[in-house]
Design a protein around this ligand. Structure first.
Ligand code: SF4
Length: 470
């Protein structure tokens, strides 16, 4: 093992994860394990709200699932229905007030909600609601749905939810829990994933299928774009808030965010990454001695590249998994101090070798630069970087924390310029055609590679236009 350790931070951050159970004994315990399986989607805060069919009770806090829910806390949350959330702060920033689920006490019945994604017209909706008298508990965009639902308390709740969703634009997977119902809904573009599973006589809903597997639930189906699924004592009921739907699942869910053991729209994430690596080897071959991947999300693509090229796969970089509580703190200052993962090279493997270095993406480029420098210090003879996705040239406004062009190295630099900045011997990205093939020709959002956004952008386009980038 090399003695050089690289402190590095993931350059892209996930946008939260949601999990819900209906009609299952020990609902809070199941939600705990479900959230634990989704922990990679957010470590800054988490919460669980349970229903014992008469009342809702919740606990939430900053920190990861194991920290917020020791056994003593979990025991107090008794009920048969529950929803839970893991958070990485996007719109609204960090802080306990923005940790979900939000629990609302209301004369017509209490309810809780949680959300994965980002509402792109949140500013204008919030201003309108505040003008009408709504008082927000948090600065999170997720709370807007609750206020929209209760604009008119005369209508039935499912009608109110349908009506409210029509106003929202952007990416969302929402869960709403009442004493005796669980509602699960996806935006009409299908940007964020949401799947349903069955567990004995009950149902489970999760951002990723790995969370269904974690509790032994059987996959039933994905919730469709624009669909609201109501789960009650009579089972599942499907409804749609919009007929104007499209299937634009976020490509980054496959490339980077989701766990390799999750399936999205019937395609396993590991398989799609491996296929991307295989196609990358065909598109951009190079003579080399070993293929290494940047842990963890790039390892599948590295296997694919090695398999297709015939160049041996090697474990050239090791990630320390025990980063402790520092990883939960969101503020930049604390990140600088502690939220960095330790990455160590295997000097004896790398020394004197021509290395193909596979990564899933380049965002700011700082991580790539550090890794390349470290490999050179370990004696790598040549470094050929291959990226298992196209170059990121535009920000995401759907819940991923790349909201400005300045954060994106490829927004201002072509491939050769990026190569010179990160100091590799060669550099190549997967083509858009390659990405489409890796994702089985599914329709998907690729706006960060193409600037073709599937929704209106409202205030975001105004902000971006100030820089003259659109
Ligand atoms: S812009 Fe990129 S990161 Fe954002 S939803 Fe689309 S594919 Fe995903």
């Amino acid at each position: 093992m090399g003695e050089i350790n690289l402190l590095y931070e993931r350059e892209l951050h996930e946008e939260c994860g949601v999990f819900g159970v209906f009609n299952c004994p020990k609902a809070s315990e199941l939600t705990y394990y479900g959230l634990h399986a989704l922990q990679h989607r957010g470590q800054e805060g988490c919460g669980i709200v349970v229903s014992d069919t008469e009342k809702l009770t919740g606990v939430k806090n900053e920190g990861n699932v194991r920290f917020v829910f020791p056994e003593s806390v979990l025991k107090k949350l008794s009920g048969i229905h529950a929803i839970g959330h893991v958070r990485y702060s996007t719109t609204g920033g960090g802080g306990i007030l923005n940790v979900q689920p939000f629990l609302f006490r209301h004369g017509d019945g209490d309810f809780a909600l949680c959300h994965n994604g980002n509402i792109v017209n949140s500013q204008v909706l919030k201003q309108n609601l505040e003008r009408k008298g709504s008082i927000f508990q948090s600065s999170s965009d997720s709370e807007i749905l609750a206020h929209l639902i209760y604009q008119d308390s005369r209508v039935k709740r499912i009608a109110a939810i349908k009506e409210a969703l029509i106003y929202l634009e952007g990416a969302f997977a929402f869960l709403v829990l009442t004493n005796d119902r669980l509602y699960a809904m996806r935006d009409r573009h299908g940007l964020r994933p949401l799947s349903i599973g069955q567990l004995e006589n009950g149902y489970v809903v999760a951002s990723e299928t790995c969370a269904l597997d974690a509790i032994g639930a059987t996959f039933v189906r994905d919730i469709l774009p624009g669909e609201i699924v109501t789960i009650d004592k009579d089972g599942l009921h499907s409804d749609f808030y919009s007929k104007d739907t499209q299937s634009k699942i976020c490509a980054m869910e496959y490339i980077y965010f989701s766990r390799p053991d999750s399936d999205i729209l019937g395609l396993n994430v590991h398989r799609s990454r491996k296929e991307a690596g295989r196609l990358l080897a065909k598109e951009s071959p190079v003579e080399a001695d070993i293929v290494i991947g940047v842990p963890d999300s790039s390892l599948s693509a590295a296997y694919g590249y090695a398999e297709a090229s015939g160049i041996p796969y090697e474990m050239g970089l090791i990630k320390n998994r025990y980063v402790g509580r520092t990883f939960i703190e969101p503020s930049p200052a604390l990140r600088e101090k502690g939220v960095k993962m330790k990455l160590s090279p295997l000097r004896s493997i790398i020394q004197g070798k021509r290395v193909v270095l596979i990564d899933d993406s380049i965002v700011r480029g700082t991580t790539s630069m550090k890794i390349v420098e470290m490999l050179r210090q370990c004696g790598a003879k040549e470094i050929h970087m291959r990226i298992a996705s196209p170059a990121i040239i535009a920000p995401c406004f759907y819940g991923v924390d790349t909201s400005t062009y300045e954060e994106l190295l490829s927004a201002f630099n072509d491939v050769e310029a990026v190569r010179q900045i990160i100091k590799t011997d060669s550099l190549a990205f997967l083509s858009m055609e390659g990405l489409k093939e890796a994702l089985g020709q599914r329709d998907f959002c690729a706006a960060c590679f193409t600037k073709q956004y599937p929704t209106h952008l409202y205030e975001h386009i105004e902000n971006a236009n100030k820089d003259g980038k659109f």
